[in-house]
Design a binder for this molecule. Sequence first.
Ligand code: GSH
Length: 267
Amino acid sequence: MLKLYDHPLSPYSQKVKIALLEKGLECDILTPDAFGTGAAGGEFAAASPRGEVPTLIHDDVEIFDSTVILEYLEDVWPQPPLLPATPADRARVRILEDVMDTHYEAIIWGLAEIAHFGRAQGESAAAITRLAGEQIQQWNRWLGQQLGDRSWFNGESFGWGDLAVVPCVLNAANYGFAPQAGSNLEDWLRRAEQVPSVAAVMATAAENAFDSASIGLAAVRDALEAGLFKREYRDHRLEWMIKTAGLDIVSDGLDKGNVRFTAIFGD
Ligand SMILES: N[C@@H](CCC(=O)N[C@@H](CS)C(=O)NCC(=O)O)C(=O)O
């Protein structure tokens, strides 16, 4: 049996859920209790020592990290293949995935820290949001160059390269930073969002969007102020916040105890 610990708004989880649908795999999808508080426990915490979604449990196999999960799905259920056929194309889409996971996703996450978690206000929030938008436009130009005249990032058909890119580009568009009108990336996005697996996963995300979620925006901010959320500032996200005029946000979060770093694994 397959079980996925997920959050509908996580681009990493969205990648994995698109892959599960593409492979026609049935999977129980659960959001961990106390997710985002830094205090999640039980089966999820045992399987995911970083306390991160997505985390996959397949019988007695426990896997965290979306890339490792995608590789496991491809190893165990090779049909239909999601990676392209040639080593060169496989390397190309793995680079795309790494860039999306480490550079682009950090920007989406940073926008959520500002827009939903209220980490900055007024002029400071506007400046960080403007910088984020400029960065997204630059990454979108790079993505357009990588796509070139292909129909799909993966090659001739939708696959790993596309499911790695589409969650971040769509999330950025939802923050008002869509691909440039008339660009090859915009054309690709229109095609990609009609792929049934993508449409289904992004519809679930829309149902759970911060502004339509049962917990309202004010409640999210109050919970953050009270230290009930401890948002994970790991690796590329920490770098992004510091280089995008957010050093004060990091130190304020450390003072208030609503920012966390990864614990060392083990008891
Ligand atoms: N490298 C990991 C990153 C996963 C990750 O950062 N997930 C976020 C959600 S988007 C998370 O679970 N954060 C934990 C938290 O905020 O407490 C992957 O590819 O799965």
